[in-house]
Design a protein around this ligand. Structure first.
Ligand code: HEM
Length: 217
């Protein structure tokens, strides 16, 4: 099937969301693992950041892949939301929220919140404009000085709650779209979605919490 027709169909957009979702979850898993190097010490995490720069082709390849994935994920989600609305031309007389629509509302607003977080996060830790004491290629310093400020740590904690919800519903729907859906596999599917949605955000929030508690200085 040509890509135009595939993209034009609802299932095509859902498959694009599932595949780009897998790319983004893969990146997030690598990112949270790398972040935990901060507990090994400044040279471990700073050394890791420096080593990424020794392979500019890989670094920029990953950045381009991420950017394309985020754009396709957001555009497909927006178009699916518009199509869902168009399928229901008259507003409900009395709106009674259903479990499924509450999950999709959480995904939409949570997705918007994560996108805003990502813009702030890149200005904060990659380019430094949103950081008051940024040093290029010194993530240990940048992270520990940032999270000493309680409200900055708070922004990250709130964003990780949004990430947990997005990962849970997203992982669950991804299996559905890819046809991995059967009475026999649904329990394993739910367990997998729960593990990802709990372990990844916990790994991320452990860093701001450790700084706030004085365990990382
Ligand atoms: C407490 C949580 C987090 C911390 C402490 C953290 C830390 C960092 C740091 C220090 C950098 C700069 C790395 C460098 O320049 O070498 C970075 C970059 C980045 N982070 Fe995070 N991060 C967190 C959560 C997240 C989350 C949840 C996402 C995605 C939803 C994310 C996505 C990114 C992206 C896309 C970049 C830019 C990578 C690049 O420049 O190539 N981060 N993060």
């Amino acid at each position: 099937m040509p890509f135009g027709r595939f993209w034009g169909s609802t299932i095509g957009k859902k498959v694009v969301m599932a595949v780009t979702g897998i790319v983004l979850v893969g990146y997030i898993l690598a990112h949270v693992t790398a972040n935990l190097l901060i507990f090994v010490g400044p040279s471990a995490i700073d050394g890791y950041a420096a080593s990424l720069r020794t392979l500019p082709v890989l670094l920029w390849g990953v950045r381009v892949l991420l950017l394309v994935s985020v754009v396709l994920h957001v555009v497909a989600a927006t178009q699916l939301a518009v199509l869902a609305r168009a399928a229901r031309p008259t507003a409900y007389q009395r709106f009674v929220p259903q479990a499924s629509s509450s999950a999709s509302r959480t995904m939409r607003w949570g997705g918007v919140a994560l996108l805003l977080f990502l813009v702030y996060h890149i200005l904060h830790f990659t380019t430094g404009q949103a950081h008051s004491d940024f040093i290029h290629l010194a993530p240990y310093h940048n992270i520990t000085t940032a999270f000493r400020v309680w409200w900055v740590a708070g922004i990250y904690v709130v964003a990780m709650v949004a990430l947990a919800m997005h990962l849970y519903h997203g992982t669950w729907s991804m299996f559905q779209t890819l046809g991995i859906e059967h009475e026999r596999v649904n329990a394993a599917r739910r367990r997998f979605a729960t593990i990802i949605a709990v372990a990844v955000p916990l790994g991320f929030v452990s860093v701001p919490i450790a700084v706030l508690l004085g365990a990382l200085r």
